[in-house]
Design a binder for this molecule. Structure first.
Ligand SMILES: Cc1ncc(COP(=O)(O)O)c(C=O)c1O
Length: 328
């Protein structure tokens, strides 16, 4: 038995349909108690503030967020008994607002993007003496992924080498923390970021508006360790949403836009690695359609060593995107 909901942090690593000769597997982060990867930094940042004495009983947390961090922090605030104000760009999906309100959070919507939300959160921090955990700068954010997401991946793959980590970037906490942990274990691993077409701050392309939720903040986040990145893939919203629809309808995996984008990029990297390694494209590829209700445990044949293993992250559930119409 867990002594409270926060003890249930964690997610499975799941193989998805992969390019021939490769295995692509995703951390299905909707399994976390607040429904996204951001539950991990939410718990870690709040507990770091408690440890430093910055946050204590009766205090209010304030945070600018495009959604999932707000949901994670709202859950943690409810579980630990803090008040919270979440400042959020009005353009982000209404499901997220409703969820935060369900956890008892106060919401403030601002016109503009995440930078405008940051400005307003700073004002509230000064005027109300609230504690801002600052996900873009707080080292507890990448550290939480180093300690939990990264370690869980190592446990899930066992003796197998991970050849590449491919992940979208918002605060950079996920790719930085997981990237650091995996590179310690696998020095040769490729770490590949993903950014949205039309908002390409890392690849020096076009910058401006994009409709991705959670990915591509429009600036380089201090929590992103650019030194870790071997490459950055650019993915458009249409391709990402097409991947989400296919995942839902053909694989039973319901995820949102940044997860779809990460999968598109992960598949590109997997295809490239298959080609670079000269993997026999006719060789049998590990199947991800295994039965689980048989008396015998499902066939878990080891992934052949020559078959590249690419790990990606699915941050949250497609349920958080219904109002965007992407599944209509
Ligand atoms: C849906 C979604 N995708 C991707 C990300 C990016 O994760 P990170 O902030 O760790 O870079 C976030 C972060 O909020 C998110 O909510």
């Amino acid at each position: 038995m867990e002594r409270g909901i926060l003890g249930t942090l964690g997610s499975p690593l799941v193989q998805v349909e992969s390019p021939r000769g490769s295995v692509v597997a995703a951390k299905v982060e909707s399994k976390n108690p607040g429904g996204s990867a951001k539950d991990r930094p939410a718990v870690a940042m709040v507990e770091a503030a408690e440890r430093s004495g910055e946050l204590g009983p009766g205090d209010r947390i304030v945070e600018p967020t495009s959604g999932n961090t707000g949901i994670g922090l709202s859950m943690v605030a409810a579980a630990k008994g803090y008040d919270i104000t979440v400042v959020m760009p009005a353009s982000k999906s209404p499901e997220r607002r409703r969820i935060m309100e369900a956890y008892g959070a106060d919401l403030e919507l601002v016109e503009g993007d995440i930078s405008d939300a940051k400005e307003r959160a700073d004002e509230l921090t000064d005027s109300e003496g609230a504690v801002q955990v600052r996900q873009f700068e707080n080292p507890a954010n990448p550290e939480s992924h180093y300690r939990t997401t990264g370690s869980e991946i190592l446990e899930a793959v066992g003796d197998r080498t991970v050849d590449a980590l491919v992940a979208g970037i918002g605060t950079g906490g996920t790719i930085t923390g997981v990237g650091r942990r995996l590179r310690e274990a696998f020095p040769e691993i490729e770490v590949v970021g993903v950014e949205p077409e039309g908002n390409e701050v890392l690849t020096g392309g076009e910058t401006g508006e994009d409709a991705f939720q959670g990915m591509g903040p429009g600036f380089v986040s201090p929590n992103l360790d650019r030194e870790l990145l071997d490459d950055v893939e650019v993915v458009g919203l249409d391709a990402a949403e097409t991947a989400c629809r296919r995942l839902a309808r053909e694989e039973g995996v319901l995820v949102g836009q940044s997860s779809g984008a990460s999968l598109v990029a992960a598949r590109r990297v997997a295809e490239r690695l298959v080609e670079e390694r000269g993997v026999d494209a006719e060789a049998p590829t590990p199947d991800n359609k295994v039965g689980i209700l048989d008396d015998e445990p499902p066939a878990r044949e080891p992934i052949p060593e020559e078959c590249p293993l690419v790990v990606t992250v699915f941050w949250d559930s497609g349920e958080r995107y219904m109002s965007t119409g992407m599944f209509d």
